[in-house]
Every structure is written in C-alpha cells, then in structure tokens.
Design a protein around this ligand. Structure first.
Ligand code: MN
Ligand code: MN
Length: 306
C-alpha cells in the first residue's frame, strides 16, 4: 500500500467510525427505516465520503442484504443490524453494529456475543504475526459458544480491494480448516451470531444490485441509467432507491430492462434458516508491514500510519 491508498483508507475509516457513533445515538424504535437509511447516507456525504454500498438495515432473522425501498413504510424494531460502507476514491471501509430495539435480554446476549467475538478476532490478529484464517474462525466460534449461541457458518468476513467490497479471501466465523495465512492487506471481520441453527438461506430480492457484466441495453433511457451506474458506482453495490431519487419512477423500469439484459446481480436477502434472530458486529482492519490497525475505530486520531 502506498501513502495515497493509506490516506484514503484512513479517511474512509474515520468517516465510517464517526457515522457509527452518530447512528448509535439517533436510531430509535419506530423510526421509518427509510429515514434512518437516508440520514446515515447523508451523514457520510456530509463528512466528505460516499456510501460504498446502500446502508443495510436488517431486522431479526434477516441477517443481511436489506435496504429500504424508495417507498418503504417499515419501521425500526427488534434486533436491528446497521451495516455501513464508506469509500474515498474507491478505498472502502466496511463496519456494522447491532441494536436491541425491543429491550429483550436474548437480543442483548446475541449482540454482546457478536461484539466479543469481533474483539477476540481482532486481538488474535494483533497478537500473532502470522495468522491462519481458520484460527480467526476458531476464536470467533469459541467466543460465541461461551454464550451458548451459534456463529452463522455460511456468512463470513472478506478481503477488500479498491472498489471491490468482497475481494476473494474469506474470513470464516468457524474453523473451516483453511490453512491460508493473512498477508498484508485490508480485511473485514464480521461475526454473525444466532440462537437458531446457524446458517442463512436466500430470501427475496433485496433491491441491492451490482454490475456484473460489460454490455449495453437497447432502450435509450435504460442506457442513460446504465451509464450513470457505470460512472457512479462502477462495480460497487447500489440500490433502486438511489436511482429513484436521481431519475424518478422511470428509473425502476430502466432498472428492470438492465436486469433483464443479465448485466446486474440483485442480491437476495439472507435469512436465518430457522427464522431466529441474528446479531452482527464488523470492523475493517489494515495489516501493514508494521502494524494491525482497526480502520473503523478511528474517531479522533489522524495520520496513525506515520
Ligand atoms: Mn458490512
Ligand atoms: Mn463486510
């Protein structure tokens, strides 16, 4: 990583940290999810960043990949996961936390287990010079099991590269027997915890999309929307809500045309297989030649790489 990359990542991380701090304070039960999403995304922009993907607001058994539609009327409740991505010039910080909006002991336990598992994983990486991905998975699941709960085994952390949120290396939430050693780079660690069976299945389409293929569409307006997507999101995830805001209701038809052309992936919601609640905690870390830094836990200090 050169100095420019590091500065961009550091800035993205700091904005993500500040946004989390802000969101933790303002989110309350019964607020419209749509208002929460827009307020968080506006905050990121106000702080000088851009959303790296649509804010994920996933409730109870929905583990991930849920963002409000442009006309969404759902309200915040239950065990709410807030997953936030910030990018600066394509350099991405990815972070998440969970809130118990129903004041339930069980929700609090799930959240505590997710936070503790994340902390144990980060500490292991900091402590060891050479760490295998299976060892991170092992410490995560061991920590979660101390709470009498399960790690969600088919959700995992990931390496991050420029404009690529999921860049190929998997950081498991259990010992998956992979001997792969984490090299220098950027990684998201994200334990998901449940009191259910500990897997997720695909649910309905989320309205969160990403461009997956080169190509074009015949319809002229759809082509205009596609150009906008290519220029503004590249291969980063986006949502129909964002396009609705830019182009109005015509965007939804255009999006359908683009989807029919096979150029887009529409991410399915991820639902806990036994319908039980899921908590999540996530940080993005940088492993450099000198240090391990939690990029999404920077509130005040800048230039930490000096
Ligand atoms: Mn995330
Ligand atoms: Mn992630």
């Amino acid at each position: 990583m050169d100095n420019k990359e590091i500065l961009n990542l550091e800035k993205a991380g700091k904005i993500a940290s500040q946004t989390v701090k802000y969101a933790r304070n303002f989110i309350k039960r019964d607020m419209f999810l749509l208002n929460i999403a827009e307020e968080i995304e506006d905050k990121i922009i106000q702080l000088g960043g851009s959303p790296a993907f649509p804010i994920n607001l996933s409730i109870n058994e929905v583990a991930a990949h849920s963002t409000p539609a442009y006309n969404d009327s759902a309200k915040a409740h239950g065990l709410l996961k807030i997953d936030i991505g910030v990018h600066i010039n394509g350099y991405i910080a990815d972070t998440a936390f969970s809130l118990d909006l129903d004041n339930l002991e069980e929700n609090k336990k799930l959240i505590n287990a997710a936070e503790a598992a994340l902390l144990s994983a980060v500490e292991l990486v900091k402590e060891k010079k050479i760490v295998k991905v299976r060892e991170i998975g092992a410490v995560i699941s061991k920590t979660i099991e101390k709470y009498g709960l399960q790690a969600v085994r088919n959700l995992s952390g990931h390496s991050i590269e420029k404009n690529e949120i999921h860049a190929g290396i998997t950081i498991p939430n259990y010992d998956n027997a992979q001997e792969k050693i984490l090299e220098k780079g950027i990684y998201a660690i994200e334990p998901f915890v449940t009191n259910g069976v500990g897997t997720v299945r695909d649910g309905k389409p989320s309205g969160i999309y990403a461009l997956t293929k080169e190509g074009n569409v015949r319809d002229q307006f759809a082509r205009e929307v596609l150009t906008y997507i290519k220029e503004n999101y590249l291969t980063r995830p986006f949502c129909s809500r964002w396009l609705y805001k830019k182009f109005g209701s015509r965007a939804l038809i255009a999006l359908k045309r683009i989807e029919e052309s096979g150029l887009l992936h529409n991410y399915p919601q991820l639902i806990e297989s036994s319908g039980k609640p899921v908590a999540q905690a996530e940080h993005t870390i940088a492993i450099t030649s000198k240090d391990v830094i939690i990029l999404t836990d920077i509130i005040d200090s800048l230039n930490i790489y000096k």
